[in-house]
Design a protein around this ligand. Structure first.
Ligand SMILES: NC(=O)c1ccc[n+]([C@@H]2O[C@H](COP(=O)([O-])OP(=O)(O)OC[C@H]3O[C@@H](n4cnc5c(N)ncnc54)[C@H](O)[C@@H]3O)[C@@H](O)[C@H]2O)c1
Length: 303
């Protein structure tokens, strides 16, 4: 896939998935602004891309506030002349159950993920609309944002909000030919290493040098960061010009389209519902098949 002539910003691209996205976009011909919170990490990431023959520059900033967002857009324009693709990938975890989560845990996660996505996308949209040549906003969500997840009040809320923003901005930016999609990735990284269910399998794969087991790649969609990067390249390309407002899952061997929430069961009562009428109707009616909630624990197949 050819991204020659395109300029991309990838937030949080010093390591993990973001680095893989930046490397993949550069390998396809895009010029890339690498962003992370410290200079050494950014410089090392830029060096891997340029050593492989790609074009990249660095911008050190903590995504969250408007100044950081503007710095990223300005760096793209100053260094490479335009901005065509934004991938909002920067992220942190501060996992704790609700009753132990502090205001700071909540605010830190919301600031980086939700506010960071908002401020960066707004700055990018302003620039892309001025340019008048369309663009691509690729927002990074998570299975936790689609389903909820134990210990992730802050993260699940932020990642759900990101999908909602993608659907909203797809409407607002369609006339400017700017597509907006949310990616729901899963990959073995420093972040997933902190998840108790995944930690042992990731460690074993690293220790033995073997790939992650087939069931994990297929059923859980857990694979390498490179597995996810292919979707980012597609969404950055001209080939995805008609794809917008979607939440797309990828990881391991798995590519998936997440459903848009919709009414699953409906009942009508003339003049509206009383609490008693809802109680009488619920079982066997609208509530006959309740929805699941939370990410199911990974289950290895029986030997
Ligand atoms: N790994 C997965 O399976 C998975 C699943 C769902 C979603 N995600 C999302 O994908 C993204 C990347 O995850 P990862 O697993 O590569 O994590 P990671 O922790 O390996 O990498 C995240 C990077 O973001 C940087 N970062 C943190 N705060 C920043 C800020 N304010 N400004 C700029 N950079 C900042 C970090 O320094 C780090 O380099 C995150 O948004 C994460 O929530 C990951």
């Amino acid at each position: 896939m050819d991204l020659q002539g395109k300029v991309a910003v990838v937030t949080g691209s010093g390591r993990g998935l973001g680095l893989a996205y930046a490397q993949a976009l550069a390998a396809a011909g895009a010029a890339v602004v690498v962003n992370d919170v410290d200079r050494a990490t950014v410089d090392a990431a830029v060096a891997t891309i340029t050593a492989a023959g790609g074009r990249a520059t660095g911008a050190v900033a903590a995504v969250g506030d408007s100044e950081a967002a503007q710095l990223l857009v300005d760096t793209a324009v100053t260094e490479f002349g335009s901005l065509d693709v934004l991938v909002t990938n920067a992220g942190i975890l501060r996992d704790r159950v609700l009753w132990k989560m502090t205001d700071e845990d909540f605010d830190d996660v919301v600031r980086v993920h939700l506010r960071g996505t908002f401020t960066c996308a707004r700055a990018a949209a302003i620039r892309m609309r001025e340019q008048g040549t369309g663009g691509r906003l690729v927002l990074i969500s998570s299975p936790a944002g689609q389903r909820g997840n134990f210990g992730q009040t802050n993260y699940a809320a932020a990642k759900a909000g990101i999908v909602s923003m993608a659907r909203t901005w797809a409407m607002e930016l369609s006339r400017a030919d700017i597509t907006v999609n949310a990616v729901v990735p899963v990959a073995a990284t420093e972040m997933t290493r902190t998840i108790p269910a995944f930690a042992p399998v990731i460690e074993e794969a690293e220790r033995t040098g073997n790939p992650l087991p087939d069931w994990l790649r297929k059923e859980e969609g857990l694979g390498t960061v490179e597995d996810v990067a292919a979707l980012i390249t597609f969404l950055a390309s001209d080939d995805s010009k008609d794809v917008t407002g979607q939440a797309i899952g990828i990881g391991g061997d798995r590519l998936a389209l997440w459903a848009h929430p919709r009414e699953k069961a409906v009942a009508l009562a003339d003049g509206g519902w009383s609490a008693d009428a809802i109680a009488a109707q619920w079982q066997g009616g609208v509530g006959a098949e309740p929805e699941t909630y939370g990410i199911p624990a990974p289950k290895a197949p029986e030997a």
